[in-house]
Ligand binder design. Structure first.
Ligand code: SF4
Ligand code: SF4
Length: 400
């Protein structure tokens, strides 16, 4: 409680964060702003406010995009404040079926494999179409997960080690993430292909597990710390120059692990390649296409590595890259937020899609799988056949 008050007391109520807050911009309600939420937590921690459904709702409506934290001159640790508050009121919040299911699948490899087989059966038989016709996902309250499912692709089994295919520049560990290994094999394969082509030996430790973000944001610090310890031990090999991530949501969580030696090695894959001075331009085929670049909040506001993807993609000749304007804030995916807060999540997604589609791009790239799934679902619902890829996938596709 003391930590909570100390963090909340850092806020000088200047309001400079307000224009950066997507939920405040949508509602114009102070309780839905960073300053308002901090004031609520301050009052609660100081015992001037009871725990109530309304209080929990205002805090839970936060996307944890941390745009406010980046804008704050007083350096209020907003993310830590919200996570600590949620931990203290853990018993007062109901876990939704979708989030419980996501946690089960992400923590347990057997559950993950079962989900993969189930997904294959669901999508490669007539089951998905029939279930949707009969509105079964809605009846089972799984419609919000069902809308996110990408087309099924048979995963290739991963080896623990891939040697560089050119002069060796270094050794990296690849964090594939629970959702990456379940739903986005193309990005995992692309990361291996590009890193080895750039001269890096790639280790993929089998023991790696979920990054723990779902648990931390759900107030379960204990589970999140257990998962952090497992990942630190999985990547403990001293020779690794970096732990490279292909999902900035996971990267931002691991960057803030208490194990500082591990945390400082965590880096987004595009940023890593650019910072390592890798010039792949001679190895890439030109691409005369227009690409809309989405920068996830976790990459921008927590990892602060938003330039990597742009600089890496600029190595492709003839490509036209249009980053989304700063006025487009969070896409609304925000981990499990898109499942629990469909209205706000959809409103933010609509703003993004309206702007993204103005120039009729051939590709939309995003460095976070959660955002990519959410944006793809929105495009499918609009009947727009626009490809959403990870930047590294586009690079891998252009490799000669
Ligand atoms: S910018 Fe920082 S100090 Fe100012 S109101 Fe927002 S959180 Fe408080
Ligand atoms: S984390 Fe994002 S949604 Fe939450 S208060 Fe800050 S800016 Fe607003």
């Amino acid at each position: 409680m003391n930590n909570l008050l100390a963090d909340a007391d850092l806020c000088v109520k200047c309001g400079l964060c307000l224009p950066h807050c997507p939920t405040y911009n949508k509602t114009q309600n102070e309780n839905e702003s960073p300053r308002g939420r901090i004031a609520l937590i301050q009052a609660w921690a100081g015992k001037h406010l009871e725990t109530s459904k309304k209080l929990v709702e205002h805090i839970d409506n936060c996307l944890l995009c941390r745009s406010c934290e980046r804008a704050c001159p007083a350096v209020v640790p907003y993310g830590r404040l919200i996570n600590n508050f949620r931990e203290q009121i853990k018993g007062e919040r109901d876990a939704t079926l979708s989030v419980s299911l996501m946690k089960r699948i992400s923590h347990n490899k057997t559950a993950g494999r079962l989900a993969q087989s189930g997904l294959k059966f669901y999508q490669t038989t007539a089951l998905q179409k029939t279930a949707r016709l009969l509105k079964l996902p809605e009846l089972l309250r799984l419609d919000k997960i069902d809308r996110l499912l990408p087309d099924y692709h048979e995963p290739k089994p991963l080896a623990p080690f891939y040697p560089a295919t050119t002069d060796v520049k270094g050794n990296v560990g690849l964090f594939v993430g629970c959702m990456g290994s379940l739903l986005d094999h193309e990005t995992v394969d692309a990361a291996i292909k590009v890193l080895t082509a750039a001269g890096f030996n790639v280790s993929i430790p089998e023991q790696q597990t979920c990054c723990g973000a779902l648990d931390l944001h759900d107030g379960d610090t204990q589970t999140s710390e257990q998962l952090a310890a497992t990942n630190c031990s999985a990547f403990a090999e001293n020779s690794l120059d970096a732990v490279v991530t292909i999902a900035s949501g996971c990267g931002s969580q691991m960057r803030e692990y208490r194990q500082a030696d591990f945390a400082k090695k965590v880096v987004d894959i595009s940023q890593f390649l650019v910072k390592s001075g890798c010039d792949l331009s001679d190895q890439l085929r030109p691409l005369a296409a227009s690409v809309c670049l989405h920068t996830p909040c976790s990459l921008k506001n927590v990892m602060r590595e938003e330039q990597g993807a742009l600089k890496l993609l600029q190595q492709i000749t003839d490509i036209k890259i249009r980053p989304l304007p700063a006025a487009i804030q969070c896409c609304g995916s925000a981990g499990s937020y898109m499942l629990d807060h469909p209205q706000m999540s959809q409103a933010l997604l609509n703003d993004l899609l309206n702007v993204a589609l103005e120039d009729r791009p051939e590709y939309l790239v995003s460095s976070n799988i959660g955002c990519a799934l959410h944006i793809s679902a929105g495009l499918r619902e609009r009947g727009v056949a626009l490809k959403v890829l990870h930047p590294i996938t586009l690079i891998a596709r252009q490799l000669k």
